[in-house]
Design a binder for this molecule. Structure first.
Ligand SMILES: *Cc1c(COP(=O)(O)O)cnc(C)c1O
Length: 454
């Protein structure tokens, strides 16, 4: 693994302005007076930790032995023929423990919290993926963990609530406002105001008050550092482009970070246009305006009078009304381009990657895959492109299922009818209650009372 702070050149204490958390007109620290000391402590202590060999070595060792890094760079074999050519290299963050990139950040932040003498972790979560990654890191380190989650999301994402609780975290449903992510963020910030002496707040993307956007990017840059070394090793040159989906922007920043200084490498972020820009969407770059949200100044989806708008994407992880300040800066300066992909296009790309490469991507990731034809059309069929496979698709199967094509749905319905008929015949023979609901798993009938049937 190559990583940031082991040479004089990339020591963040002496780096260029963006390494110090200044992203043009974006970023900053917009927090309550009571939180300022905690944020200042982080801004002071984070660069010291990141320049400390012992800290970085421990972080890397955990990524290697627990998370499973380095992740492979897989060259797509059959995908290029379906998207107009190119040599496409897939950076396999889906193969990390917990199935996505978020764990890289959570391990680093909980390690930092321990270094700072904090004894408790809080986090907010939208769909629950960041909550699960944080709960995982807390279980690893034996730290108590409280996760704030909108009550609406608690019921929509029940499986992640089960995961978090299984991992030992306390999940606190938030019922104020629209009972979704922004309300969970507010609740987490309120907790932090009261608990700042012993509590660290783990933010899940390159968002929030300085130094979070900088810190989370550095904790994710392992993606780009590995990918850069792997592509040089494989083909002896840098790629023509790096592509990643953008929710808050952490998997994209992690990939981009290694290539920002290489002007010949084009950077493409892909945001969710949901049902279309006229309908519900999460297209912060296309439709957002400058505002202050979540402790930072960045582009935000808002009404004319500054009310935060609710975002929509079929992928829970892109369903966020803001974007990290460094992305806003890369956008404003033209260093990175941002493309939009709809729910429908993302679903189609999920199927495309599954069928051509045998990899079922997360719906977030599918947005990046869906943008590849446009990237290849622009750069030509000889282009070498690295695309970040930010996560695996298992978590999205219930969503995919409800959007499957009619033939697949008919097949499932037919099997269900046959199963019910068989069960009715069986119950008729044994005399048990025919109305009793049971689930057949691997040929075993599981009943609500926990007993296994025949
Ligand atoms: C959360 C998530 C994202 C979006 O978050 P970023 O901070 O923009 O990376 C993308 N992909 C997957 C698989 C996720 O879980």
């Amino acid at each position: 693994m190559t990583a940031a702070p082991h040479s004089e050149d990339d020591n963040p204490l002496r780096g260029p302005p963006e390494l110090l958390g200044e992203f043009g007109e974006f970023g900053g620290r917009y927090v309550a007076e009571t939180l300022m000391p905690a944020v200042e402590e982080l801004a002071r202590e984070w660069p010291k930790a990141w320049a400390d060999y012992a800290f970085v070595d421990e972080y890397r060792a955990i990524l290697r032995d627990y998370v499973g890094r380095p992740t492979p760079l897989t060259e797509a074999r059959r995908l290029p023929a379906a998207i107009g050519g190119g040599r496409i290299f897939l950076k396999r963050e889906d193969l990390n423990h917990t199935g996505a990139h978020k764990i890289n950040n959570c391990i680093g932040q909980v390690l930092l919290a321990r270094r700072l003498g904090k004894t408790r972790i809080i986090a907010e979560t939208g769909a629950g993926q960041h909550g699960v990654a944080t709960a995982t890191a807390c279980a690893y380190f034996g730290m108590p963990c409280t996760v704030y989650m909108g009550a609406e999301d608690v019921s929509r994402q029940a499986l992640n609530v089960v995961r978090m609780r299984l991992l030992g975290a306390e999940v606190r449903p938030v019922t104020s406002g629209s009972a979704t992510l922004k309300d969970a963020i507010n609740a987490a910030l309120r907790d932090w105001v009261a608990s700042v002496a012993d509590t660290h707040y783990v933010i899940g993307s390159v968002m929030g008050p300085d130094p979070y956007p900088l810190m989370v990017r550095e904790l994710q840059r392992v993606i780009g550092d590995e990918a850069r070394a792997q592509i040089l090793d494989r083909i002896g040159r840098l790629p023509d482009a790096a592509v990643a989906c953008v929710g808050g922007g952490s998997n994209a920043m992690g990939l981009f970070a290694a290539f920002v200084p290489d002007k010949e490498v084009r950077l493409f972020g892909v945001e969710a246009t949901g049902e279309g820009l006229q309908g519900r969407h999460a297209a912060t770059m296309a439709k957002g305006r400058i505002g202050v949200f979540h402790g930072m100044r960045s582009l935000v989806l808002q009404t004319d009078d500054g009310q935060l708008l609710e975002a929509h994407s079929i992928s829970a992880g892109l369903d966020y009304p803001g974007i990290g300040p460094e992305h806003a800066h890369l956008h404003a300066t033209g260093r990175a381009r941002y493309l939009g992909i709809s729910d429908r296009e993302a679903l189609a790309a999920t199927e495309l990657l599954a069928r051509t490469e045998g990899i079922i991507p997360a719906l977030e990731t599918a947005h990046a895959i869906a943008a590849l034809p446009q990237v290849i059309a622009e750069l030509g069929p000889e282009a070498v492109v690295i695309v970040n496979v930010s996560g695996r698709g298992d978590k999205d199967m219930h969503t995919v299922m409800t959007h499957l094509d009619p033939a697949t749905l008919a097949l499932i319905a037919e099997a269900e009818r046959e199963r019910k008929a068989a069960r009715a015949a069986h119950h008729g023979a044994t005399g048990s209650h025919p109305g009793e609901e049971a689930l057949i798993v691997d040929g075993h009938e599981l009943r609500a009372d926990g007993k296994e049937g025949a």
